[in-house]
Design a protein around this ligand. Sequence first.
Ligand SMILES: Nc1ncnc2c1ncn2[C@@H]1O[C@H](COP(=O)(O)OP(=O)(O)OP(=O)(O)O)[C@@H](O)[C@H]1O
Ligand SMILES: [Mg+2]
Length: 215
Amino acid sequence: MTLHVEGLAKRYGDATVFADVSLDVAPGEFVAIVGESGVGKSTLLNCMAGLDHWDAGRIVHDGTDIGALDAEACALWRRSHVGFVFQAFHVLPHLDVAQNVALPLMLLKQRDDARVARMLEVVGLAGFGARLPQQLSGGQLQRVAIARALVHRPALLLADEPTGNLDPTTAAKVMDVLLAQTREHGASLVLVTHSETAAARADRVLHLRADGIGE
Ligand SMILES: Nc1ncnc2c1ncn2[C@@H]1O[C@H](COP(=O)(O)OP(=O)(O)OP(=O)(O)O)[C@@H](O)[C@H]1O
Ligand SMILES: [Mg+2]
């Protein structure tokens, strides 16, 4: 999908997180966003998903101005178009691994156990479906979060530090999965990362700073 961000600004009271962020992502494009800790990368990604509010500017996905949607319409839009890998996983502790991964499909009333099993295999977690999140390592949880973000084949994948908790070998594998899955379905990928190795694989790298964003 095409993503258009125009003049975006986010403040908490008097404190400006970022001002005047404008960027475009083309269908199928992979854009990495880098920047120092606290500069607002997670906040920007949350805004792109309509999970957070902003103070000025517009975000338009394939012609849909998500700032103009009410909360329910935005949630419905997000459900079918966006996959999100949170920096802090947000895996649900009382659901097993397969149920966590199946969640986006359940919400869309498109239950598909075979696809869930395939996603688990793709992220190297075949056989882990019946485990509870507390029985997994940090890197395994991260891969559950990635499988869940991809299972419904979203046109836009937003990933916040998806390799942040992984050893270099697993991180490379996870990046392979993210790239292969997004390329296979022509999805756009916006990746926030501190990893130069991960950013190097992007079509474009954007640097977020307090006064805007640029190459
Ligand atoms: N509820 C809040 N109230 C006030 N300030 C906040 C709030 N939430 C976040 N911030 C501030 O907004 C800024 C941006 O936070 P954000 O999490 O987007 O940074 P980040 O670039 O993702 O950092 P990191 O690389 O450490 O994940 C930070 O300076 C943070 O302290
Ligand atoms: Mg962050």
